[in-house]
Design a protein around this ligand. Structure first.
Ligand code: SF4
Length: 388
């Protein structure tokens, strides 16, 4: 494959830190976060560091990627940001710089001061939630920024960072193919190293799902959304981006190392309310989505675990491997699949793959099974069939 294949072959471990506060809630979002007015930053950072100390032994190697996600990590006040980062370094006894240190940010939090502070702490990748460059679309989903703010924020960031990722969304209320093309063109003009694109999802309980059920917002049809996806894919590829995962495009060598770890089943530790962890073998751990309970737990009880644990069965491991690897450009390594699950599982997989290989939605080179461009359009159907 083209692209920087060292990232895809790498085994390592990552640390994820969930910052559970947002200034206000976007109407489509089901990520766990509470209002910033509730934020006790000092207590949160103490609790995060306390959790890291108690769970360090779950990692078999020192993490070399750090990802601050949320919520809105760009809201962390300066002194708390330094305290959090220095605390992590000291607990991990880390001497090497981060291979990748990403912070998720909102455009209206970006300033020269913040950029300097993030950079001084070792941040080398920023991921900015822009979603759209059309003001009316941003307003209806209750983003805090407008297009001008996002463009200015991007220009400020690019004075400090050479690895910037932006998020774009399609299927938004009121979005048309023409307005989507405008957003994509604007993104290409800015020319970030990485672009993540998401189709709007209607998660249970989000305000946007309620508004949809009530018929109070209009959305692009399924056909229009498919066309948006096609236009996006062809424009980005033409501009030299590599689609290294179904929703992720990057310049060569700028694939997200941390996120690739999730897809490759490497180990990672997630700390903070609602954070998830995986031991790289078969144990998943999930912290409850409870900010108060989390902070109370780590300021009083440092012995009992806060997380819930799940040990994956053979069948679940198989499904997960199919789901994550088939989303990646490199596809599924059939030898690895066989070595994990046996020759019988391999035969069944190839039997299930046969119709898709024959209609050219799947491709099999010497050792890998992967989606073709036509296969990407029906990825869910293929992955489901492969796992039968
Ligand atoms: S800023 Fe991000 S995490 Fe917060 S509500 Fe909006 S989409 Fe969700």
């Amino acid at each position: 494959m083209s692209g920087n294949s060292q990232y895809f072959n790498m085994k390592g471990s990552g640390l994820y830190v969930h910052i559970p506060f947002c200034k206000r809630k976007c109407i489509y979002c089901d990520f766990f976060s509470g209002g910033e007015s509730l934020a006790d930053w000092d207590l949160l950072v103490d609790s995060l560091l306390s959790e890291l100390k108690t769970r360090l032994q779950e990692l078999s190697m020192v993490p070399d990627t750090l990802y601050l996600g949320g919520g809105t990590p760009s809201l962390i006040p300066s002194d708390q940001f330094v305290k959090l980062h220095d605390g992590i370094i000291s607990i991990l006894n880390k001497t090497e710089p981060w291979k990748e240190f990403t912070i998720e940010i909102n455009p209206d939090d970006v300033s020269d001061d913040k950029c300097r502070e993030w950079k001084e702490c070792g941040v080398n990748r920023v991921s900015m939630g822009i979603q759209s460059f059309i003001d009316t679309e941003l307003k209806v989903i209750r983003r805090r920024h407008n297009a001008e703010c996002a463009i200015n924020a991007y220009r400020t960031l690019s004075g400090y960072f050479d690895n910037i990722s932006i998020d774009l969304m399609f299927g938004l209320p009121g979005q048309t193919l023409m307005s989507w093309v405008k957003s994509v063109e604007m993104a290409l003009e800015l020319s970030p190293e990485h672009i993540s694109t998401y189709s709007l999802m209607f998660e249970e309980g989000t305000p946007i799902s309620v508004l949809k059920k009530q018929g109070r917002l209009s959305f692009p049809s399924e056909d229009e959304s498919v066309e948006m996806w096609r236009v996006l894919s062809s424009r980005l590829k033409k501009a030299g981006y590599i689609q290294y995962e179904l929703s992720n495009y990057s310049r060569d060598g700028k694939e997200s190392i941390h996120n690739t770890r999730y897809w490759l089943g490497n180990q990672y530790l997630g700390i903070g309310p609602s954070a998830h962890s995986y031991d790289g073998l078969r144990t998943r751990r999930a912290n409850p989505a409870d900010i108060k309970g989390y902070m109370h737990h780590f300021s009083t009880d440092k012995v009992r675990p806060f997380y819930n644990e799940e040990v994956l069965t053979e069948e679940e491991l198989k499904e997960e491997m199919l789901l994550t690897r088939m989303r990646m450009r490199q596809g599924l390594d059939i030898r690895e699949y066989e070595s994990n699950f046996g020759a019988h599982a391999r035969e069944r997989l190839l039997r299930n793959a046969d119709p898709f290989l024959r209609n050219a939605t799947l491709l099999s080179d010497s050792y890998n099974l992967r989606l073709t461009d036509d296969g990407i359009m029906i990825a869910d159907e293929i992955i489901l069939a492969l796992s039968m």
